[in-house]
Design a protein around this ligand. Sequence first.
Ligand code: DQA
Length: 149
Amino acid sequence: MSRLVYVLNGPNLNLLGKRQPHIYGHVTLADVEAECRELAGELKLDLRFHQSNREYEIIDWIHAAREEAGGIVINPAAFTHTSVAILDALNTFEPPVVEVHISNVHKREAFRHHSYVSLRADGVIAGFGTQGYSLALQRVARLIDEKAA
Ligand code: DQA
């Protein structure tokens, strides 16, 4: 089982830290990537960390992950609530998938309560701020370890 994990981020997350900080906080996506890389080192995972505002790029990364990755952590951002295409792509990927939302989407507008990605995700983390990424990586590492055992 590959110890390479893709961490994928959807639209507007490039503005993390500047965008609606009362909801998403002041931590930037570069900070999140640095934290993920540090933790990945401890968990002996390799990481590919990407963000895009374009749906097709996220789909292409999921296809690339199919070839080499042992897990995916994904914050699909607004595509969570709209994208059958990202769900279909994730359904072609067999290893663990953990969905992350920085905010507690269930405390927010009704349109954020439905996630297409949750139909595939093995676990969902919401409302833990950017710490959710670390929790998701820990979970993926555990699932990889369990499969290898
Ligand atoms: C988000 C929640 C989504 O509803 C929203 O569109 C985002 C970010 C989160 O991380 O809390 O862009 O995925």
